[in-house]
Design a protein around this ligand. Structure first.
Ligand SMILES: Cc1cc2nc3c(=O)[nH]c(=O)nc-3n(C[C@H](O)[C@H](O)[C@H](O)COP(=O)(O)O)c2cc1C
Length: 211
C-alpha cells in the first residue's frame, strides 16, 4: 500500500525510565510502518544536535509530531534546543526557507494537571491551546498546518496501565489516520483537542486496532 504521509515523531523525555504514560504511548506506535520514532534524549545525551541529520529527517516526512510531557508549560529542554538549531533561517523560514511548507504539525503532550486546571478559573489560568501558542506560531511561520493537540491530562491519576490503554489506542489510531489520510479534516479542525469527538474525526471505515 502506498502511504499518503510519512510521520516523524520527535520524542523528548529526559527520564524515560521514570515515565509512566509516554513510555506506553511510544510502545503503542513503535511498530507502525512509515512512522519514524526519534528519541532526542537518546540520540543526543550531550545535546550536540546534528542539524543536517535533523533537517534531512524533516525533509523526508510529511507530518511532524512533538511528543513530550508538559514541563513548565512547555517542552523538555532538548526540544527547545532542537528548535533553536534546526529551524534555521533559509531552511524553515525567511528568504528561501520553505522546506517545511505544507507539512502538518502536531503536539502530543501529557500533563500532570487535570483538564479543569487549564482555563480561566483553574490554577494554571490559561488553556492548553493558549499555552501552546509558541508551537502553533512556530509552525505557522514555517508554513506548516497546525493540528489541534493530542493531550492526556491528569497523568498522576493514571496509575493503572489499563487506564492508559485507551489513550494509547487513540494515539495509535490518530497516527494511522494521519499517515493514511483517513481523517475528516473538517471535524478535526473543530475540537479543542485532536482526540475529542474522535469517532467523528475518524473516517467511516473502521481502523484496525493492533494496540
Ligand atoms: C520538571 C517538570 C515540570 C512539569 N511541569 C508541568 C506543567 O507545567 N504542567 C503540568 O500539568 N504538569 C507538569 N509536570 C508533570 C508532567 O507533565 C507529568 O509528570 C508527565 O506528563 C507524566 O508523563 P510520564 O509518565 O510519561 O513522565 C511537570 C513535571 C516535571 C518533572
Amino acid at each position: 500500500m502506498d502511504t499518503a504521509n510519512r510521520i516523524l515523531v520527535l520524542f523528548a523525555h529526559p527520564a524515560l525510565h521514570k515515565s509512566w504514560v509516554n513510555r506506553r504511548l511510544i510502545r503503542a506506535i513503535d511498530d507502525l510502518e512509515d512512522v519514524t520514532l526519534h528519541d532526542l534524549y537518546e540520540a543526543y545525551p550531550g545535546f550536540h544536535i546534528d542539524v543536517k541529520r535533523e533537517q534531512d529527517l524533516l525533509l523526508a516526512h510529511d507530518v511532524i509530531v512533538f511528543q513530550h510531557p508538559f514541563y513548565w508549560y512547555s517542552s523538555p529542554a532538548i526540544l527547545k534546543e532542537w528548535q533553536d538549531l534546526v529551524l534555521e533561517h533559509g531552511f524553515a523560514y525567511g528568504s528561501g526557507g520553505t522546506a517545511l511548507g505544507g507539512k502538518k504539525f502536531l503536539s502530543a503532550i501529557t500533563t500532570g494537571g487535570q483538564h479543569g486546571a487549564y482555563g480561566r478559573s483553574g490554577a494554571n489560568r490559561f488553556t492548553i491551546r493558549e499555552l501552546l501558542t509558541p508551537f502553533e506560531q512556530t509552525a505557522h511561520l514555517c508554513g506548516m498546518d497546525y493540528l489541534p493537540p493530542f493531550v492526556i491530562h491528569g497523568t498522576h491519576l493514571l496509575r493503572e496501565a489499563g487506564q492508559i490503554a485507551p489513550y494509547a489506542r487513540a494515539y495509535r489510531h490518530l497516527l494511522m489516520g494521519l499517515r493514511d489520510d483517513t481523517l475528516r479534516w473538517d471535524a478535526l479542525a473543530e475540537g479543542e483537542y485532536l482526540h475529542q469527538n474522535f469517532e467523528r474525526v475518524l473516517s467511516p471505515s473502521p481502523v484496525t486496532d493492533h494496540a
